[in-house]
Design a protein around this ligand. Structure first.
Ligand code: SD4
Length: 311
């Protein structure tokens, strides 16, 4: 039997995001509406690391990336977007109201304003301000692995940022609705203290997010550069097309990244994928322990699962 509707999303914040998505799905709503409503919760959350409250780039500006994809293979994305609270909704407008797939930077911001999105005040949240000040002391530019809790003795110890948040900056969500249609969303502030202008995988269709309504849907988190290099979520979906279950497809995509890195243990390398298929089966896989994802398919079933990781 097909398990539907179902929604899954990355990290601990996925629980709250799933809740909002579930409100749409349980009433028979469209997966697209669910994945937008879901990640908007994370974008507005004050104590999280996605959206305008997040850590800035190394020049001190918060720049946001987001993408969305529907059951018809339509997609929209925004990148390097500043001072707009809900990049995911702007991405959806790009998909629905323009002949384009991606808008970036000031063009994306102009479009958002023209669509009625408020231009928020510049500046950093108190937490981000503090994190940035700390970072400036050394101004060290290197990725830090995204980890929530560490089951892996070889991985970095779990880390909390000064503001108490776990160190990750993205939410990705994929859903199957009661009609059997798939959609997905992904929204991020990108890697903290990234170079100005840097885009990660999240706004790139086929990297941070991919949906094929015939097969399944996948989203990614972690070091975006590595996800882009293998067209990560497109690969996961194509592996499911060949018959792999979601977890196995995620695992093979992770192994592709590791193979490219010659299986060298790199403490700065974390990538996690999650995926669902048309049957409502789901799974995830990551490089280092400490990646969780949230799974919801009933009013009383919204749980955090620790992803398996490379050993
Ligand atoms: C990026 N993939 O911009 C994002 C970062 C991330 O948890 O997932 N952080 O590369």
């Amino acid at each position: 039997a097909v398990r539907k509707p179902i929604v899954i999303s990355t990290w601990g914040e996925g629980i709250a995001a799933n809740k909002a998505a579930w409100e749409v799905l349980r009433k028979g709503g469209r997966a697209l509406d669910a994945v937008e409503a879901g990640v908007m919760v994370t974008e507005s959350s004050q104590n999280c690391c996605v959206g305008l409250g997040a850590n800035p780039d190394r020049d001190g500006y918060v720049t946001l990336d987001a993408s969305i994809m529907d059951e018809n293979g339509n997609c929209g994305s925004v990148a390097f977007l500043e001072r707009i609270k809900h990049p995911i909704s702007v991405a959806r407008r790009v998909m629905e109201k323009t002949p384009h797939v991606m808008l970036v930077g000031s063009g994306a911001q102009q479009f958002a304003i023209a669509e009625g999105f408020p231009l928020e005040k510049p500046g950093l949240s108190d937490d981000a301000q503090r994190n940035y000040k700390n970072w400036l002391q050394k101004s060290e530019y290197k990725p830090i692995p995204n980890i929530e809790n560490s089951g892996n003795p070889h991985a970095f110890a779990p880390r909390k940022l000064d503001n108490g948040d776990w160190n990750h900056d993205t939410i990705g969500m994929v859903a199957l609705d009661a009609q059997g249609n798939l959609s997905g969303s992904c929204t991020t502030s990108g890697m903290a203290f990234k170079m100005r202008g840097r885009l990660g995988d999240s706004p790139i269709i086929g990297a941070g997010l991919f949906v094929d309504n015939e097969v399944g849907a996948a989203t990614a988190t972690g070091l975006g550069e590595e996800v882009i290099k293998i067209c990560g979520t497109h690969l996961v979906v194509e592996l499911m097309r060949q018959g792999l279950k979601p977890e196995e497809a995620c695992k093979q995509a992770v192994e592709r990244i590791l193979r490219k890195n010659k299986y060298q243990k790199r403490d700065d390398l974390q990538v996690g994928f999650i995926a669902i298929n048309k049957q409502g089966e789901y799974g995830g896989y990551c490089i280092q322990g400490g990646f969780n994802f949230a799974v919801c398919y009933a009013d009383d079933h919204n749980v955090l699962i620790e992803s398996k990781h490379f050993q």
